[in-house]
Design a protein around this ligand. Sequence first.
Ligand SMILES: [Ca+2]
Ligand SMILES: [Ca+2]
Length: 466
Amino acid sequence: MKKVIHHTGMILLVLFFCANLSAAELLGNIDDDGNVDFVDFALLTARWSDVCFDPNWCEGADIDFSGDVNIVDLTFLTDNWLEHDRKIETIDHAIQFSADQLANTTALVATDRYPRYTQSYASWSTSSASGWTSGFFPGGLWLMYELTDDPNYRTDAQTWTAGLESQKNNTGSHDVGFMIYNSFGNGYRLTGDTAYRDVILQAAESLATRFNPTVGCIRSWDHGVWEYPVIVDNMMNLEILFWASNNGGQAQWYDIAVSHAYKTIENHVRGNGSTYHVVDYNATTGQVISREARQGYADDSTWARGQAWSIYGFTMTYRETGDPNFLDIAVQNANYFIDNLPADHVPFWDFNAPGIPNTERDSSAAAIAASGLLELCTMVAGHNEQYKFYNAAHNILVSLCTSDSNDGYLAEDLNGDPLSLGILMHGCYYHPDSVRGGDGKQDDSMIWGDYYFIEAMLRYKAITPP
Ligand SMILES: [Ca+2]
Ligand SMILES: [Ca+2]
């Protein structure tokens, strides 16, 4: 906890205290190591009854900036005693639950079929290898192998990954990035199998064929009424181009990804950090024809998952390029997302959805954002921003890891029994109130939500709180 404030009287002090120290901040963590434990207790007792001054308040032992170290400070410390350890236990429980759910799914789904979402939580709707979501299930199995070291997950991951190889030649979808990078990409990272690398390189070449240099973007969809539609989701599929370019592929794939990201800043990102879903371009002139919603509520609304893709995508693009313009956009996206979340930290399906709070959430948007924020918090320079993004991810994860029967999102009841074939409940693929409309898939388990939830837990366990 950093305390650099001006001592202008008790009232201002209390106002500052309330405004700046959210419940999520670990009061009592005097040495800033992420937990409240005996070290903090020793630091506090060493300064017991001391008179404390701005700016260092007895090296942080005067937790409430009251001017002395007393029973109030001790109460803050005891209230959060081993809180971080408890949160890790919560996440470890969710990892075990996720591992069980994945294993159950491997027993239910044919090896050439790929789960995409549950139907009333009771069965998996699956796709063939060419479905845009096909990479998430093998990807989740790879991440679970990474988390548990259990070779059964590796074997299953290899099986469902192998079935996707034909998609390396798929030039009909920008989602070849999701399909191949989440499966073969994780597989290569964890095994070093060079055959996997070759598949990734071929897939990157296929994706690059969708780039139009006049527009400066990869074309997202081949269907629909648009001339040259580019969706914000497409930011996610740049990662395979960056990776392939750095691992034996063509240098121009890097340039294509950078061009696409800059055009997305120009035309998808609004001044307040929110995002449009679809931008349609004139393929001949490169001019913008329209900015629209599809899975969101309205053209000028902010679709929650699109916003999450943007946070994650620009954070990744900054990691791959070091260009601070991309970091700046990721921060703006993140601030919009966090500042507009409801009390349980999981967004409604659109930040401007009609009927809030009486409409559906999208837990998958929360999971994607949490994973992105856990990377973003390691990239920003200021401690306040690091803490804001870390805490937001932490709060999202605690909510997602709480059982559905206890007002959370994990697909289990209070006895730990599963309530879905998936891991998270209350994902929204598309909503009847969206522009796309129709019957909707507005309350079920989404395979991409489960994938990014597992990735977020992996990232959470790997980083030290700021
Ligand atoms: Ca500590
Ligand atoms: Ca005090």
